[in-house]
Design a protein around this ligand. Structure first.
Ligand SMILES: [Zn+2]
Length: 295
């Protein structure tokens, strides 16, 4: 039978929905619904009466319209509650992350098992010296790029289970690209940043990723010869044997870079000539022809 505390449970759980209470509240709701149905079918009455009270003269529960009406309300409440709880997860996201998810970009941490994420523009120790991602901590990619990255991680795990991919930057909204451009415009660094006026770069389409290799357990990056956003010849990928010969990078570093490229290339990515960490999945021409940049 339906008890008062059950009604209270329903009311409380509908009012307080978090990750742990949502399951409980749904369970309560089903209990409530079962109580309601079993009671109504067994006794033909919606409201429980105290033993001393007279039953209402009219047996309202025989009215099927009454049942249908109240069942509909309950189902509507249940659906509204479920949708509220599902929305709760999104409410934990920042406005930028929400916009990414709504536009269909994929959260890399969810799509690529074991991957590490450490967004360099969510800190101020990047080459711009500015914190550019004020509210973004998650890495997002176009679904195609996320799928390819998952393949790269599988390739890596097959070769080196002790290592993992680690993302430094992925999809980058154009308004962030503009901020980045404003910082470097007119400086020696401007050649390394895509001008939003010219359509931006592949990060702005979720089709490029800045990435390295790390210890799978600790997340510590393994040596690649330079910092991730080092702008200069030591980060270039087209004359690395010469860099080793001139002791700019070590043979171990070259081996690490080659392993990163091997797994990324196997998944369809191409490395940039001037940045060992930057990989594109498609060309700019294809992106501009087939995709819209992230606003
Ligand atoms: Zn990049």
């Amino acid at each position: 039978m339906l008890k008062e505390y059950q009604l209270l449970d329903i009311r409380l759980s509908l009012g307080a929905c978090d990750a742990s209470s949502s399951k409980a509240s749904l369970k309560n709701f089903f209990n409530f619904f079962n109580s309601f149905n079993s009671f109504s079918s067994a006794e033909g009455r919606f409201f429980e009466q105290s033993e001393s009270e007279e039953l209402p003269p009219k047996n309202i529960m025989k009215d099927s319209a009454f049942f249908t009406f109240h069942s509909s309300i309950l189902i509507a409440l249940l659906l509204a509650h479920a949708s509220f709880c599902l929305g709760q997860e999104e409410r934990g996201l920042s406005p930028t992350a929400k916009a990414m998810e709504r536009a269909g970009y994929v959260n890399v941490a969810k799509a690529v098992p074991g991957i590490h994420i450490s967004l360099m523009y969510a800190r101020d120790d990047n080459f711009t010296g500015r914190l550019l991602y004020k509210d973004l901590r998650e890495a997002y990619l176009h679904p195609r790029a996320a799928k390819a990255l998952a393949k790269a991680q599988r390739e890596l795990k097959a070769k080196r289970p002790d290592l993992s991919l680690k993302v430094y930057d992925a999809a980058r909204p154009m308004h962030i690209q503009q901020q980045m451009w404003d910082v470097v415009k007119g400086t020696a660094q401007q050649d390394y940043v895509s001008n939003p006026r010219n359509g931006g770069g592949l990060h702005n389409y979720g089709m490029a990723v800045d990435i390295t290799l790390c210890d799978a357990a600790t997340g510590d990056s393994i040596p690649m010869g330079t910092l991730v956003d080092h702008l200069g010849p030591a980060a270039h990928t087209d004359a690395e044997a010469d860099l080793v010969r001139r002791h700019v990078i070590t043979p171990e570093t070259l081996k690490n870079r080659k392993l990163l490229r091997e797994v990324m290339h196997a998944a369809g990515f191409t490395v940039l000539r001037t940045e060992w960490w930057h990989f594109n999945l498609i060309t700019r021409a294809e992106a501009r022809r087939t995709l819209k940049p992230i606003p």
